[in-house]
Design a protein around this ligand. Structure first.
Ligand code: SAH
Ligand code: DHB
Ligand code: MG
Length: 221
């Protein structure tokens, strides 16, 4: 009942504010056809990420966890000419699907997918002095979130917005005794963010077609 209503309202919102978008549809279809799991952000969540990046005037965006590039397309669309997005992905197969989707979206010039364990790629970005990024979207393996937080801070400047997906986990996040490694890592993530004096942060609970979850938003001050 509840999920049914959340999905109906999400579809209604998407109908009004995302509309018909053949590029996004083909990205989802190609990802499904390639056997990727259906865990990309929803259309409405994608639009939210796009609006955040647009609002901040982001010129450099970092994404951790590409999958088929669905959220990547949304974020890259927020970039001005000459902007740049780097997305980190462990799976060479996922990256290949994402690159094809980005090419269909005519975003290949703006967006690059780097294959490897995100923590290694983040260290590489530090060495290259590739930062600072204006927006960082963390959405890879949840046990890695605490490390991705620390690395993201190192690639930030005052004004950077660090966003993390799936940080409420159907409310399981409040269980201090949880044995679920994803819940434990997300709790650790929130503790690190809350203890960090260089950011101002909050967590937004979300419902919709992807169920009950939430996004962490941290602005580097
Ligand atoms: N941001 C995507 C969804 C990402 S799903 C979207 O909304 O469209 C999570 C992705 O993280 C998967 O593709 C998975 O392969 C990748 N991943 C898992 N562990 C990783 C790691 N250690 N380093 C980089 N990527 C990882
Ligand atoms: C999973 C990962 C995600 O990033 C997400 O948004 C939903 C589910 C997962 O690994 O199951
Ligand atoms: Mg996610």
């Amino acid at each position: 009942m509840t999920q049914k209503k959340w999905t109906a309202v999400d579809d209604y919102i998407a109908g009004l504010f995302v509309g018909n978008d053949p590029v996004l549809d083909s990205a989802q279809e190609a990802s499904a056809a390639a056997g990727l799991p259906a865990i990309a952000v929803s259309p409405v969540q994608g639009k939210f990420l796009y609006l955040l990046a647009r609002f901040g005037g982001a010129r450099r965006i970092l994404e951790i966890g590409t999958l088929g590039g669905y959220s990547t397309i949304w974020l890259a669309r927020a970039l001005p000419n000459g902007g740049r997005l780097i997305s980190l992905e462990l799976s060479a197969h996922h990256a290949e699907v994402a690159r094809a989707n980005l090419a269909r979206a005519k975003l290949s010039d703006l967006a690059e997918v780097r294959v490897g364990a995100a923590l290694d790629s983040l260290r590489q970005l530090e060495e290259e002095r590739a930062g600072p990024f204006d927006v960082i979207f963390i959405d890879a393996d949840k046990p890695g979130y605490p490390d991705y937080w620390q690395a993201s801070l190192g690639l930030s400047r005052p004004g950077t917005l660090i966003i993390a997906d799936n940080v409420v986990r159907e409310g399981a996040v409040v269980d201090a005794k949880s044995k679920d490694e994803n819940v434990r890592a997300v709790r650790r993530y929130h503790e690190l963010v809350a203890a960090e004096t260089r950011v101002s942060a909050m967590v937004l609970q979300t419902v919709g077609s992807k169920g009950y979850d939430g996004l962490s938003l941290a602005l580097v001050t």
